[in-house]
Design a protein around this ligand. Structure first.
Ligand code: NAP
Length: 263
């Protein structure tokens, strides 16, 4: 797919991976609609990319509100006459012991991280199907496959999004509309400053640009699933998950030991 003048919605564009993804598409001449809640950050991003992509713009709002999420798609298709690529990247972290987590928090994580992506995809598909082309990129997480301590809800939200994307591979086969799953490992963004409880992870974090480039490549090369960065640690964890799950559970418990007594 040639990206010049293609219309791309990128959610979670005010920081981290989403912000870099807006830059990456704008550099290739795409028209980007940047979405998040923090309007000042979106405005400064759009000012920055204006010389590369004069028709790019932002829409500020809460994707946990279904009317806003669907409205972003409809407004984009109406205003720009098309919607070629939807990047569902926005998410909330939820690094919190399950005994400290409330039902309202659980609902919010699943609404923002999973349902908003589903709502936007459902709204976008008719526009893409009419043109016989398009691409939905869903950003999940290695944590959705190899679940660290205190990440049950976050992992559940990402695992559900991954399964949804895999379903699209079958349902959209032959339609010209592609669905891609981009699975980041540890990336150096502000998401790590938003954790409710301290993270046990002490490893290296990769720069967000490599995920942005992987998102663009997943569109251009119609890739189905990309993990970024590639790492031996993730490969070993996936191997253990499949073939030695007891050993993986033991390692996870050692990583962040939990107290045994009831709350
Ligand atoms: N960084 C990592 O290590 C890592 C690892 C695996 C997967 N990921 C995934 O990568 C994606 C991007 O994360 P990141 O690391 O770039 O984190 P980030 O810097 O915290 O970015 C998250 C983005 O989502 C937006 N957002 C959150 N809640 C929203 C809401 N209710 N409505 C609209 N926008 C909302 C935030 O903007 P506002 O606050 O302005 O709304 C922000 O732009 C996420 O899906 C994350 O789960 C990240």
């Amino acid at each position: 797919m040639e990206l010049r003048d293609r219309v791309v919605v990128v959610t979670g564009a005010s920081s981290g991976i989403g912000r870099e993804t807006v830059r990456a598409f704008a550099e290739r001449g795409a028209v980007v609609v940047a979405v998040a809640r923090r309007e000042a950050l979106l405005r400064s991003l759009i000012d920055e990319v204006r010389s590369l992509s004069p028709r790019s713009e932002y829409l500020a709002g809460d994707l946990g509100e279904r009317a806003f999420a669907e409205g972003v798609v409809e407004r984009t298709a109406q205003h720009h006459g098309r919607l070629d690529i939807l990047v569902n990247n926005a998410a909330l972290p939820k690094h919190k012991h399950i005994e400290h987590t409330s039902p309202d928090e659980a609902q919010r994580v699943l609404e923002v991280n999973t349902l908003a992506c589903v709502w936007m995809t459902l709204a976008a598909l008719p526009h893409m199907r009419r043109r016989g082309q398009g691409c939905v990129v869903n950003v999940t997480s290695v944590a959705g496959e190899i679940v660290p301590p205190r990440e049950s809800l976050y992992a559940a939200s990402k695992a559900a999004l991954a399964a949804f994307t895999e379903g699209l591979w079958s349902d959209l086969a032959g339609s010209g509309v592609h669905a891609a799953l981009v699975v980041p490992g540890a990336i150096d963004t502000e998401i790590w400053e938003k954790l409710d409880e301290p993270a046990a992870f002490r490893g290296r974090k990769a720069p967000p640009r490599i995920v942005a480039d992987a998102i663009v490549a997943s569109v251009l090369k119609r890739r189905h699933r990309v993990t970024v960065p590639r790492s031996i640690g993730v490969s070993v964890a996936r191997f253990l998950h499949l073939f030695l799950p007891g050993l993986l559970r033991f390692g996870m418990r050692r990583m962040d030991p939990m107290r045994k007594e009831a709350p």
